[in-house]
Design a protein around this ligand. Structure first.
Ligand SMILES: [Mg+2]
Length: 185
């Protein structure tokens, strides 16, 4: 007899926004996908970290057709190696001014401001966060960023803020664990 697992998924969201609108999510790296504190190797290179639970949710969101972008002022080229297996290719590095980069990504993908969430943690993220519908901050974001965020995640940068946001979006859109392939990598 075939056994089926039934998941009773609590679909109430803690985010005060209509998450069914969201079609694209853009993330900063340092302080969002990676912690604010960056270990430095003896050769001076910076060592970012990646949260595996963020990774699962990003992979699933990309599989479900949500657009994911990485927009960073850093030149963290290893991020491409991390993101490629997750199916994420819209990666913009050395973005000293993030707003025009975000606008270009929105134009290329036909995304309206209310269809976008942007997760940022520090002052350079404020212009793109003001330009879209759902600005999100990690728990340890700068005060000025928290002041303009519509949702402040209980998770700090690099500690699951992307998982928290994407899980709530996918659950609200009935895209979280409703399909068998969610259980395959
Ligand atoms: Mg940052």
């Amino acid at each position: 007899m075939q056994r089926r697992l039934t998941f009773f998924i609590f679909t109430m969201s803690s985010i005060n926004y209509n998450l069914s609108l969201i079609k694209g999510i853009a993330f900063d790296i340092d302080g969002v996908l990676s912690p604010s504190t960056i270990p430095m190797a003896p050769d001076g290179s910076l060592l970012r970290m990646a949260n595996v639970k963020d990774g699962f949710a990003m992979r699933l969101a990309a599989k479900r057709g949500l657009k994911i972008a990485i927009i960073s002022g850093a030149d963290c080229y290893t991020i491409r190696q991390r993101m490629a297996p997750l199916g994420i290719t819209d990666i913009y590095l050395n973005a000293s001014d993030k707003l025009p980069v975000l606008k270009e990504w929105m134009t290329v993908n036909g995304l309206a401001p209310e269809e976008i969430a942007f997760v940022g943690d520090d002052i350079p993220d404020i212009p793109p966060m003001r330009a879209i519908g759902l600005p999100v901050a990690p728990a340890d974001a700068a005060t000025e960023v928290k002041c303009i965020a519509r949702y402040i995640s209980p998770f700090a940068g690099g500690q699951g803020v992307a998982r928290d946001l994407l899980e709530q979006i996918l659950k609200m859109q009935n895209l979280w664990l409703e399909h068998e392939d969610a259980f395959h990598w």
